[in-house]
Design a protein around this ligand. Structure first.
Ligand SMILES: *[C@@H]1O[C@H](CO)[C@@H](O)[C@H](O)[C@H]1NC(C)=O
Length: 683
């Protein structure tokens, strides 16, 4: 049945291709800025420096999967699984530019030239050149993303890349016509190539429009049918290990593929001009988070989709790919719900799963994580016992080479222009600066000073040659009455009253029509504490972009240290304090210390200047196996005295509870604690 469906689609597509006179791509609502025009400032800059001084900025020195000695001939991951160097390059190009590291930039440049220098006669790029290894397309896709960023940063490199791409695309098109180049992973990741082809179409079609569109269509027909996988009828509504898979391909339910596949329908829309593709993308996105969403903003997939339970895992690769896909979905559709989600993932799921010094990362993170150690048995049907250890490459190495794209691409996608380049839009909130030239030669410089998400106050200073429209995303968690805007001069502003741009779900734009010259704007974004209902009558606690968790005091044990690099250690964390708490959510109180300078690193135990207190009591809460928390008990009885506990931002915790059983405090209504009913929302 499914084969027929896919085939039917191919026939429709083929007719459309022959009928279309001059192919075009639908334009995106927003365009990205070239790499280097947006830079991190304040704590975000510090975070990028921490990443650079961690394994991300050092792996090329010792990690054989990406170290240069293994680019040619060696038995490295790059040469036999193709993609490690490609992933590393995709991340290090923006990382090096954002922290102005000439050493990392030179390394990236060397890799770029190496790959292009070794392109063979046929047009093939990559480690299969000069070997008889099978040629599958997808290992090159992260290289394309890295190269696009690099040539936008240094346009003198662009002709060389474009020429190589045209040769490769010709070859890829021939291969697709012959049914070659697509195996399991290329089948699910076709959209990444489509994005690179669209970049070529937008900037360097060079008379090859038909070939470019034809290649996009062939990729789509030969690849995963995402509109069906993400359909209401077929999308899995629970952890998949007990479901019958309607596909003869397990990888269609694989978390990282799904995170990447979220780009497929917006990419499809660009060459079909079919608005239903964008609606299908939006509906699929909602299905994902309704049935597999985490309070951290990510979704659950410990290899395959794994439902709503707090002890299941979210893979780190999935976290960073979801961020990148969400940014693209926003840019194509203009729907701010994607931007809200990306910011939530960035400020919760991403830092939570990497050590504060960024030398160790997990493969899987758990929302309730009471130990990070060898788990036998473990709650992940498809992953190994080391999956939640923090280290160089526990479980699989892919996340080590792929995670470093997370922070840099969050920054490079934080500002976009309108399609006509007349206005600038601030999509993500955090300390950053922008230097760009808008339409009509309007040179604009923007500095955003803020400790957000650890503060509600955002200072924006703008210097522009000409009047222009500055738009800022007001997150969905800020109430309409809450937004306060203060502009120091003759600018006008409004919030979310443009019916074309207003989006459902609460997020909206602040429109500031700024005059030429310097303007200073202060925006206050206060948020309410909110409660999210989770399985087994448990609750998760949020305020603004941050999820809050009980940070379990822990010991750290070094399990092993890499012989090539002493800082690359595998760490085990064990709880040394009780964590079996139920909370009374009506007693939550939020605190913020606005005077604090943020330390670097900031994402660590007890460092954040925001926290909550809540009345809690110990309950009977068993372990599953001996290393992970069982499901939160429903309607538990207290087995100890009530006490007050502190909740911290999820991203600063390594061992934690963040889906809590609920009890009714005796302190409620006695003045001992608050008695506020906080809004309940669905994320
Ligand atoms: C438009 O897109 C939708 C959703 O992806 C799809 O079901 C429909 O068949 C498409 N229509 C055409 C004419 O291709």
């Amino acid at each position: 049945m499914f084969m027929r469906k896919v085939l039917g689609f191919a026939l429709i597509g083929a007719r459309a291709a022959s009928a279309a006179a001059k192919p075009t791509l639908a334009s995106k609502q927003y365009e990205t800025l070239p790499l280097g025009q947006i830079l991190p400032e304040g704590w975000l800059y510090d975070q990028l420096v921490v990443q650079t001084e961690g394994v991300a900025g050092h792996m090329h020195e010792f990690y054989d999967l990406v170290a240069k000695s293994d680019w040619i001939g060696g038995h490295s991951y790059y040469s036999y699984l193709e993609e490690a160097g490609s992933y590393w390059f995709n991340a290090m190009v923006p990382n090096s530019v954002l922290v102005k590291s000439s050493e990392l930039y030179e390394k990236s440049l060397e890799f770029f030239h190496y790959v292009l220098d070794t392109q063979d006669e046929s047009g093939w790029l990559g480690p299969e050149v000069g070997t008889d290894k099978p040629r599958y397309l997808w290992g090159r896709y992260p290289f394309f993303f890295g190269a696009i960023q690099l040539v936008e940063y240094d346009p003198s490199l662009e002709p060389r890349f474009v020429e190589a791409m045209h040769r490769f695309i010709r070859l890829a098109n021939d291969m697709l016509r012959k049914g070659e180049g697509v195996e399991h992973w290329a089948s699910t990741r076709w959209e990444d190539f489509a994005l690179a082809l669209q970049w070529m179409f937008d900037r360097h079609p060079d008379g090859k429009e038909e070939l470019l569109i034809d290649t996009m269509q062939r990729l789509k027909w030969s690849g995963a049918p995402w509109e069906d996988i993400f359909s209401e009828e077929l999308f899995p509504k629970e952890a998949v290990e007990n479901l019958e898979n309607p596909w003869d391909e397990d990888l269609f339910w694989h978390g990282v593929n799904l995170a990447e596949g979220m780009k497929a329908l917006p990419a499809t829309y660009r060459f079909t001009h079919n608005a239903s593709d964008l609606e299908a993308a939006s509906a699929g996105w909602d299905l994902m988070f309704r049935y597999h969403g985490r309070p951290s903003g990510a979704f659950n997939a410990d290899e395959l989709l794994s439902g709503l339970e707090a002890n299941r895992g979210s893979e780190l690769c999935l976290v960073v790919e979801l961020m990148f896909s969400g940014s693209f979905l926003f840019q194509v559709s203009g729907d701010l719900k994607y931007a809200d989600r990306v910011e939530r993932v960035t400020y919760n799921a991403l830092p939570a799963t990497i050590t504060a010094d960024m030398w160790g990362r997990q493969y899987l993170q758990q929302q309730n994580q009471v130990a990070a150690k060898n788990m036998t048995p473990n709650p992940f049907p498809e992953d190994g016992p080391d999956s939640n250890i923090f280290g160089l490459e526990p479980n699989y190495p892919c996340c080590t080479v792929n995670f470093p794209q997370g922070w840099p691409k969050f920054v490079t996608n934080a500002f976009v222009t309108s399609a006509d380049e007349s206005s600038l839009t601030q999509v993500y909130i955090g300390p950053m600066s922008v230097n760009t030239i808008l339409a009509g030669g309007n040179a604009v410089h923007v500095t955003v000073s803020t400790q957000y998400p650890f503060s509600d106050t955002v200072h924006i200073s703008v210097v522009a040659d000409k009047p222009f429209l500055y738009k800022m995303r007001i997150p969905g968690w800020v109430s309409d009455e809450g937004v306060r805007v203060d502009v120091d001069r003759d600018a006008t502003y409004s919030v979310g009253d443009d019916t074309l741009e207003y989006t459902k779900g609460g997020a909206r734009f602040l429109y500031l029509w700024l005059p030429a010259g310097a303007s200073r704007i202060q925006v206050e974004l206060p948020a309410e504490i909110s409660i999210e209902e989770r399985p087994h009558k448990s609750v998760a606690v949020h305020r603004g972009p941050l999820n809050y968790a009980f940070d379990i005091e822990r010991t750290e044990t070094i399990l092993k240290s890499d012989p090539r690099e002493a800082r690359a250690v595998d760490l085990q964390y064990d709880a040394v304090a009780d964590w079996e708490y139920a909370i009374d959510p009506t007693t939550l109180r939020f605190y913020m210390d606005e005077e604090t300078e943020l330390p670097a690193p900031i994402w660590d135990y007890g460092l954040a200047p925001v926290w909550m207190t809540v009345r809690a009591c110990l309950i009977e809460w068993p372990l599953g196996g001996d290393t992970f928390a069982a499901h939160p008990p429903e309607s538990p009885a207290c087995v100890g005295e009530e006490r007050e506990i502190v909740l911290s931002p999820y991203g600063t915790t390594k061992l934690r509870i963040s889906e809590f059983p609920v009890f009714q405090s005796k302190g409620r209504n006695t003045g001992m604690a608050g008695d506020k009913q906080f809004p309940v929302h669905e994320l």
